[in-house]
Design a protein around this ligand. Structure first.
Ligand SMILES: NC(=O)c1ccc[n+]([C@@H]2O[C@H](COP(=O)([O-])OP(=O)(O)OC[C@H]3O[C@@H](n4cnc5c(N)ncnc54)[C@H](OP(=O)(O)O)[C@@H]3O)[C@@H](O)[C@H]2O)c1
Length: 226
């Protein structure tokens, strides 16, 4: 649990290129990059998944990557999967709805009841949090109070990371660095959409660890509360 007892402790874990990109080009799956991770880095990623009560990614990541979000490279329990999608735009055939562990689709009041019914039919738990858009702060407290989530891992993408940072909901960051430069002005980077105007707006981090996992540099940071 975070210092704020109403929400889980949140750890953002991401594979990033040297220029901070999450994928090769806009619309491309991050699996294209992940194939270059060392086995040790894959083990690290999956160990963090196994140590988390829940894992959350944005709906666009599900549409593009069609991720399972399960634990595969280590022994351990699959975390609860959490996908915010304001209008319940998740395919009923998405891998994230597999029977491996519970999946929560967080929607707003604008979500189509027919889409909700289809997702429920596929076994998803639906949480209505927010009027027009998923209210991530409310979602965090719902995860803590209704599902007992005290440790949440988030694995992107750029838009969700940006919203979580702007709401002050991220406590730690673990970056798996990949030795590439992707470039591309519209290629998603680690954090999208923050309205930084001056140094006063910068989110301040404290480097807590740096080490190698196989050939990949790993850096870990604590988010400073000012
Ligand atoms: N390298 C890595 O570690 C890594 C990890 C994950 C993803 N990726 C890559 O990142 C890219 C996708 O990133 P992305 O920025 O396009 O999308 P994203 O962050 O995965 O998903 C964003 C979507 O989440 C939904 N959402 C619902 N409520 C939200 C809220 N309150 N705040 C923010 N989002 C909310 C919205 O869609 P609705 O309209 O459905 O509400 C929004 O468009 C892909 O290329 C993927 O491969 C890389």
């Amino acid at each position: 649990m975070s210092g704020d007892q109403n929400r889980p402790h949140v750890v953002l874990v991401s594979e990033v290129t040297v220029d901070g990109k999450l994928t090769v080009t806009r619309g491309a799956s991050s699996k294209l990059l992940m194939q270059f991770m060392s086995h040790e880095a894959e083990v690290l990623l999956h160990r963090i998944r196994a140590e988390s009560d829940a894992i959350m990614v944005g709906s666009n990541t599900i549409r593009i990557d069609n991720s399972f979000l399960t634990v595969r490279h280590v022994q351990g329990k699959n975390p609860i999967r959490v996908i915010p999608s304001s209008r319940a735009d998740i395919s009923p055939d998405a891998n994230v709805l597999s029977a491996d562990s519970p999946t929560i689709i967080a929607v707003s009041e604008q979500a189509d009841p027919v889409k909700i019914a289809v997702l429920k039919e596929k076994g998803a738990h639906i949480e209505v949090v927010g009027k027009d858009k998923v209210d991530l702060t409310l979602l965090m407290s719902r995860l803590a109070s209704s599902y007992g989530v005290s440790r949440l891992m988030i694995e992107g993408g750029s838009t969700l990371n940006g919203q979580m940072f702007s709401l002050g909901l991220i406590d730690e960051i673990v970056l798996i660095h990949l030795p590439f430069i992707a470039g591309g002005s519209d290629t998603p980077s680690l954090v999208g959409g923050l309205a930084t105007r001056s140094v006063d707006d910068l989110i301040r981090l404290e480097l807590t660890k740096n080490y190698l996992a196989g050939e990949n540099l790993i850096t870990e940071y604590k988010v400073r509360r000012v």
